[in-house]
Design a protein around this ligand. Structure first.
Ligand SMILES: Cc1ncc(COP(=O)(O)O)c(C=O)c1O
Length: 386
């Protein structure tokens, strides 16, 4: 029995299926990470893989980045969380505002929470209940944004959503014509991973903006995963201005985070200075450790850094496509499409590449060109031997 088998046997005794994150489970059980070093992850058997999972796209600078660790150590030495606001959250809100062109921000601890807060804010601002969202888009695990027939989701949740096919302008226009006066927001991921990591068409993005405005609804863009594709998020490349944006992952510098940015009049729904404000706490929201780590991560991910990383992703995509693989995505996010993903995932892992369980590859600035070339060669090999 390997050390990982033994750990899994212990885990099964204390956690259902030995698991706490459905998203990272692979049969028979995943390896156990013990260490990360820049672009590499090392497991309990001492196996070292190039980490193209990067904690599901979050670790933009790879593992154990010295500058982030130094910032965390220095901040943590003065306390890790307070029942008072700190300067760090103000600095982070200023930095995100400058970067994203959205004036107001609020923080939380995950992308799931950011989407929950964004939806609550949209409903509070508009006084309407319904969220229009798109088939195959993942927005976290909150009742209001998962499949309405998923186990454990109350039947009442169905009334809060209209789910439409992705990228279908006609279906969106028709739904807005019929139900637009009840719609609080159109919730859009511009390149949904679960739906195949294909960017939506410009026509669809433009229609979503125009139709939300025409019907008095808000446009809420979920950039939890796509933020890394452009310095002000992916929506900039569509030339669009959302009313609300949700962020997570990258902006925490490796620590738990979520954020909602938006128009001042929309996020005013949460202002304790106003009458009847929406109450929204979060014991660890905007904690100084996350904020300080995130500030370093963002400072080191400015225009040229974003462009360089995207160029590495484009080159890798060309390498894979040139070898006949089906590969989707944009910039530093790629998804290799294969039939038997579990078998391919294991072949890849054994060859020294950690991917997402659905074939997602997320690059980090810790990867040199040589490392990215090696990823390409190993992916081609693993897919071809399948
Ligand atoms: C687009 C999108 N929204 C929301 C989430 C949920 O984020 P978290 O896992 O931090 O709760 C994810 C997670 O992958 C995501 O990809």
């Amino acid at each position: 029995m390997t050390e990982a088998d033994a750990l899994f046997a212990r885990a099964v005794d204390v956690m259902p299926g030995g698991n706490t994150r459905s998203t990272l489970f692979v049969r028979p059980h995943p390896p156990y990470a013990v260490r990360g070093e820049g672009p590499y992850v090392v497991d309990s058997a001492g196996h070292r893989a190039i980490d193209c999972n990067n904690n599901y796209t979050a670790l933009i600078h790879g593992h154990a980045d010295p500058e982030i660790l130094a910032a965390v150590a220095s901040v943590a030495a003065n306390g890790t969380a307070f029942g008072l606001p700190t300067t760090y959250e103000v600095e982070m809100a200023e930095a995100l505002g400058a970067r994203m062109g959205l004036p107001h921000w609020r923080f939380c601890n995950s992308g799931t929470e950011a989407v929950m807060m964004m939806v609550r804010g949209a409903r509070a601002h508009t006084g309407r209940d319904v969220v229009v969202r798109f088939d195959g888009s993942y927005h976290g695990t909150y009742d209001g944004v998962v499949s309405t027939d998923a186990r454990g989701v109350p039947g009442s949740a169905a009334g809060g959503s209209i789910v439409l096919p992705q990228n279908d302008v006609g279906a969106l226009a028709d739904a807005m014509r019929r139900h637009g006066d009840r719609v609080a927001a159109i919730l859009l991921d511009l390149m949904p991973n679960r739906a195949g990591l294909r960017p939506v068409s410009r026509e669809f993005a433009t229609a979503a903006r125009a139709l939300s405005t025409a019907h008095g609804a808000l446009l809420a863009v979920d950039e939890v995963i796509t933020f890394r594709l452009g310095v002000g998020g992916f929506h900039r490349s569509y030339g669009m201005s959302p009313d609300l944006v949700s962020l997570g992952k990258v902006i925490g510098g490796g620590f738990p985070v979520g954020a909602v940015g938006g128009r001042a009049d929309v996020l005013a729904a949460f202002s304790p200075l106003g009458d009847g404000s929406v109450g929204w706490g979060g014991t660890f929201s905007a904690n100084p450790v996350t904020m300080a780590a995130g500030m370093v991560a963002l400072r080191r991910f400015a225009d040229t850094d974003v462009a360089e990383l995207n160029a590495k992703g484009d080159r890798l995509r060309q390498q894979l496509a040139g070898a006949g693989l089906t590969v989707n995505g944009h910039g530093s996010l790629l998804r290799v499409m294969v039939e038997d993903m579990t078998a391919t995932w294991w072949r890849l892992y054994e060859a020294g590449v950690l991917a997402g369980t659905n074939g997602l590859l997320a690059l980090s600035t810790a990867m040199t060109d040589d490392v990215v070339d090696l990823v390409g060669a190993r992916v081609i090999d693993a897919v071809r031997t399948g």
